[in-house]
Ligand binder design. Structure first.
Ligand code: OOG
Ligand code: MG
Length: 277
């Protein structure tokens, strides 16, 4: 069974000093306000250099709770930094997760207005039907899924310039997730080999980024195994259900109005999204 890539810093919930509840609430409030008003904020670690991953996942969760209180329904999870291309692009070296809510799903067109500095990246999404939890095998992950499809994730970091953040910063920011677009799903055959599928991200009809799906965790299915492993550390007892974005296969590209973005994943229907002002 594959687990988190070796050689990366271990995830521990409480390494280093942790913040009290009031501070966690305050920091999640700053990020939530930035989300609602689409403006940048300073990295949390500028003020709290000792912010731990455990603190960061608690801040992430408090932000999700605020969205749930506003009526947003959870629709799944995202994994991030599961490919070397993304880890290099962001200068961060360990996979992370975030949560997805129903209003984050975009169909056909994405409006830049109301966002800060969005980027898009090519992914594969699994639909988990049977809840998954704890230490699982690749086979158990596959057995639990009913659908698989190509997907685009739109990232929109709330931090100034979308750069130079640390792992706790990105985690507190729901791992930069803003929106996602799902392609036409196919029934998942547990014997499927996704890892050799070619993936191409097209900008206005021209291939801008390409990779094979094994760029994602060696095999996109392994992202599900890693998600369960991370949840066991940071939100023990919580199960994975619904849509899961496995992480981007290539680096992300900056969105501008007027673009047409497409994703081709071998064996699937092409997925397109128009970028509007
Ligand atoms: C962090 C999130 C990375 C992915 O698919 O690798 C991510 C970021 O790039 O801001 O979603
Ligand atoms: Mg992503």
């Amino acid at each position: 069974m594959t687990s988190l890539p070796t050689g990366h810093p271990p995830h521990r919930p409480d390494d280093g000093p942790t913040l009290d509840q009031a501070s966690l609430e305050r920091l999640s409030g700053i990020l939530d306000e930035a989300l609602q008003n689409a403006h940048e904020v300073a990295r949390l670690t500028e003020t709290f250099p000792n912010l731990t991953l455990g603190d960061a996942y608690r801040i992430q969760r408090l932000g999700i709770e605020k969205r749930i209180a506003r009526g947003e329904v959870l629709s799944g999870w995202k994994m991030g930094l599961t490919s070397e291309a993304k880890r290099q692009q962001m200068g961060l070296h360990s996979p992370v997760y975030g949560e997805l809510t129903a209003p984050m799903e975009v169909k056909g067109a994405f409006k830049i207005s109301g966002h800060i500095h969005p980027k898009i990246e090519p992914e594969i999404a699994f639909h988990v039907k049977k809840p998954l939890q704890g230490k699982i095998t690749r086979e158990q992950a596959l057995e639990a899924c009913d659908w698989v499809c190509p997907a685009l994730e739109i990232l929109d970091s709330r931090y100034v310039g979308f750069k130079y953040f640390s792992l706790p910063d990105v985690v507190a920011d729901n791992s930069s997730s803003s929106r996602f677009v799902l392609g036409t799903p196919q029934k998942l055959d547990p014997k499927v080999d996704l890892k050799s599928r070619k993936m191409e991200l097209l900008l206005n009809g021209a291939v801008k980024e390409s990779a094979t799906a094994d760029a994602i965790s060696g095999d996109p299915v392994e992202s599900l195994v890693q998600l369960c492993e991370l949840l066991e550390i940071h939100q023990p007892g919580v199960a994975v259900e619904g849509w899961v974005l496995a992480g981007a296969a290539t680096s992300a590209i900056v969105l501008e109005p007027g673009q047409t973005i497409a994703l081709r994943v071998e064996g699937f229907e092409e997925l397109t999204v128009r970028i509007e002002p």
